[in-house]
Design a protein around this ligand. Structure first.
Ligand code: ATP
Ligand code: MG
Length: 588
């Protein structure tokens, strides 16, 4: 994970969210003001009581009682208001986090696969989970503390000045010293905080990658090495966090000590003043009470600068994600043609990364209802062609047309409804079998799902599961074999019944008998539909109306099985090789 440049302007990303919750934020901030004011009146009240006792030989007990009652009422009020204020602010902070997460996920879902090719899952997860959490801290801590600190500082200065101008001026002179010390520590704290966050990001990224690849780790028996590597990252994070804490503690204690020293000086000089009758005892008491409250806001606000810094970094990353433009954009007002399933590739070239083309000058006409096989070596570009038909990526040049219309002009939802894909790797989601087949579309009846499963030959597999159709599958569906997952995925496309059916190595995990049964089902289902089949096993495509042979991103031969054999070219060599391998399995 890299450290992106951060700008204070990135905080502007938050403006819409602040506006959305402006009423609650405002209420909560008004409450902050009220709580601070109440808090500051308290030393004043005690001073009044003390002065009442010391000023006259017969103190007015009624006034003392009244002041005590007011004090008690203020304490209770302050308790209630603080509770309410914290509750609102926390709730608002969490609501903002929730909204940002929803918007981020919605935005990510619109991004093309290219974004997911380029960003590791660890980085994306950190973005959605951690960066948003940082914003919560920003709202609930930075904003609240700054506001509370700013207001209390102003009020305290006012109160102090009213109590005794000379002592107040002496205290104010200390302000630059406190600020200087806080700034000094704050810089160091900020650096430590940034380092700890960076280490945490690295740790999470590493964890995500390795948990995802646990199978490979175990197979290559790399557990010890991976453990060591994780330990290193964990230790780096630990060290960074310890350092952050150490700096915080030093800072905290130094500030406390400064406050204590000031109180000591105040007691010394103020005490002299009391003895000489220049200052009342009540005023001295109130000053001692205010001095603590005077230091706190300055140091706390400066301390929160690290949370501001984190918020800036987090919002920069969030802003960066929001600024990713979905390169698969929908043309406005597009209308889907009624689909027949005609596909046309015109001079199509394609590159996943600029400068590294994987498909060159593809020209191909596929008529409605035609069955087309694609063969070629690994990495020849077969799956890439299918990615273009489903518009997971856009062509670099040329055009792909379905039913005479450039697919970039199709509404995406309609296009994806017309094109169905079964891949070698099947992803299932956590949910029941039924929900996985109908893809959580509750408007599709269970009966239809069962029909589709029966057609794909999945029913016998499903009924063997503990709860049949209602068995919960885990996220990675590790409870089902690769072949079983593939059959479920067939049931999925049979149910949605697309006009154009793409099978990308879709039967590669099946045994020959199951494959034959499924081929028949495909044959039945695909009647009148366009069928595109990628197969390494040439026998799968013998019967197709058209076979395209790909080599290095180009279609080098086209024709029926018979025509291609007669041509004695690349296909014939492939065919020969596959037969030889069938006879001499040791070559495999
Ligand atoms: N997401 C991607 N980003 C960058 N390059 C990719 C991506 N997917 C595939 N490629 C590259 O594109 C080329 C064609 O890949 P493609 O997946 O189309 O091959 P294929 O013919 O389907 O191979 P196989 O038979 O192994 O499935 C390969 O060189 C591959 O490295
Ligand atoms: Mg492929």
């Amino acid at each position: 994970m890299s450290r992106e440049p951060s700008r204070i302007g990135a905080l502007a990303t938050l403006i819409p969210y602040i506006l959305r919750y402006r009423a609650r934020l405002l209420c909560s901030f008004l409450l902050v003001v009220a709580v601070v004011a109440i808090d500051l009146i308290q030393p004043w009240l005690v001073k009044e009581v003390i002065d009442c006792f010391t000023a006259s030989s017969s103190p007015d007990s009624g006034a003392v009682l009244l002041i005590s009652a007011v004090y008690l009422a203020l304490v209770l009020l302050s308790f209630g208001l603080t509770f309410l204020q914290e509750l609102w602010l926390q709730r608002t902070g969490l609501s903002i986090v929730r909204s940002v997460r929803i918007d981020l996920f919605r935005h990510m879902q619109r991004l093309s696969l290219r974004y997911f090719d380029q960003n590791s899952p660890g980085r994306i997860i950190t973005n959605v989970a951690n960066d948003t959490e940082t914003l919560n801290t920003f709202f609930t801590q930075f904003l609240a503390t700054t506001l509370r600190g700013g207001i209390s500082l102003l009020l305290i200065m006012g109160f102090m000045a009213r109590l005794d101008t000379v002592i107040a001026m002496c205290c104010f002179l200390l302000l630059p010293a406190v600020m200087l010390s806080a700034t000094f520590f704050q810089r160091r704290l900020q650096a430590a905080n940034a380092a700890a966050r960076h280490r945490l990001g690295v740790f999470i990224g590493y964890l995500a990658e390795n948990l995802g690849g646990m199978r490979i780790v175990q197979i290559f028996h790399q557990e010890a090495k991976k453990q060591r590597q994780l330990d290193e990252r964990n230790r780096a994070y630990f060290n960074a966090s310890v350092e952050e804490n150490r700096r915080f503690l030093i800072f905290f204690n130094v500030t406390e000590m400064l406050a204590d020293l000031t109180v000591a000086a105040l007691v010394w000089f103020g005490g002299n003043g009391v003895i000489h009758g220049v200052v009342s005892f009540g005023v001295l008491y109130a000053f001692v009470g205010y001095i603590r409250r005077f230091f706190q806001p300055v140091s706390m606000v400066l301390l929160q600068m690290s949370s501001l810094q984190s918020a800036i970094v987090a919002s920069s990353r969030i802003a960066q994600t929001f600024s990713e433009v979905p390169d698969i954009s929908e043309s406005q007002g597009a209308e889907a043609p009624t689909s027949e399933g005609r596909i046309l590739f015109e001079n199509v070239s394609f590159a996943y990364r600029a400068g590294y083309p994987v498909l060159h000058d593809i020209n191909l006409v596929i008529r409605p209802g035609e069955r087309v096989g694609f063969v070629g070596a690994t990495g020849a570009g077969k799956s890439s062609i299918m990615n273009l038909v489903a518009r997971f990526y856009d062509v670099t040049s040329g055009v792909v047309l379905i039913d005479g219309k450039d697919i970039r002009e199709w509404p995406l939802a309609d296009l994806r409804a017309v094109v169905g894909i079964v891949q070698q790797e099947v992803t299932l989601f956590s949910g029941t079998v039924i929900d996985n087949v109908r893809f959580f579309r509750t408007d599709i009846s269970e009966e239809r799902v069962r029909d589709a499963c029966r057609m794909a030959g999945a029913e016998s597999i499903i009924l063997r599961l503990p709860d049949g159709y209602h068995t919960m599958l885990s996220e990675r569906a590790a409870t089902l074999s690769a072949g079983e997952r593939q059959i479920l995925s067939f049931a999925r496309v049979f149910l949605f019944n697309p006009r154009i059916l793409i099978l990308d190595e879709a039967t590669s995990n099946l045994d020959s008998r199951t494959e034959v049964i499924l081929q028949e089902a495909i044959h039945r289902v695909s009647a009148g539909r366009t069928l595109l089949v990628i197969a390494h096993r040439l026998s799968t495509v013998h019967e197709m109306d058209l076979i395209c042979v790909l080599d290095n991103g180009r279609i080098v031969e086209k024709g029926t099985h018979r025509e291609l054999l007669a041509r004695q070219g690349y296909y014939q060599r492939l065919h020969h090789a596959s037969k030889t391998m069938a006879v001499r399995p040791e070559l495999l």
